[in-house]
Design a protein around this ligand. Structure first.
Ligand code: ADP
Ligand code: MG
Length: 161
């Protein structure tokens, strides 16, 4: 199933992430797809806030993975940008995916597709030709997350200015 919406600013993207964070329970897998600078990390910043984390979210491009503590769970944030071989980080990712108290977020997931389960939320951000700040947001989800995303859709319609 697919839910498409639009973000018109980085605050918008952060708020969308925050609202999803408020609705999401562990375990869960989020795959973020977008070009550089489209807003993946901005979205995760909101997501972490929504999950009640006070930790600082930044792009794990150099560290490959970061952990944020939230209320009763952890967010494990992976970024495989420009990596040809996921190496030991793939093992870390596999462990995160097995942990029932972890929400796993993966940026640039191409090289780890073989270990990612089908069951995931896939979120895509695309810049548009209309406006430098505009992003098309496409959320792909399965039946297991249908209630969560329908809720997000309703809440988001109310939240948007
Ligand atoms: P990524 O992780 O995809 O590389 P970042 O979230 O790190 O992207 O950066 C996104 C950049 O784009 C930020 O500088 C942000 O201010 C800017 N931006 C402009 N419009 C938007 C938008 N609608 N959503 C997210 N970021 C936006
Ligand atoms: Mg990033």
């Amino acid at each position: 199933m697919i839910y498409k919406t639009v973000s018109t600013s980085s605050e918008d993207t952060q708020r969308l992430g925050q609202r999803l964070g408020q609705l999401l329970a562990a375990p869960a897998l989020l795959e973020l797809k977008a070009d550089l600078g489209a807003g993946k990390t901005t979205f995760v910043r909101g997501l972490a806030q929504g999950l009640g984390s006070k930790d600082t979210v930044s792009s794990p491009t150099f560290t490959l993975s970061k952990i944020y503590k939230a209320k009763n769970l952890q967010i494990h944030h992976f970024d495989f940008y420009r990596l040809n071989d996921a190496g030991i980080v793939a093992d870390q990712l596999a462990e995160s995916l097995e942990d029932p108290n972890v929400i796993t977020v993966v940026e640039w997931s191409d090289i780890v597709q073989n270990i990612l389960p089908e069951e995931r939320l896939s979120i895509e951000f695309k810049a548009t030709a209309n406006d430098a700040q505009e992003r098309e947001v496409t959320i792909r989800y399965s039946e297991a997350k249908a209630n969560t995303i329908r809720r997000l859709e309703t809440d988001w319609q109310e939240l948007r200015p």
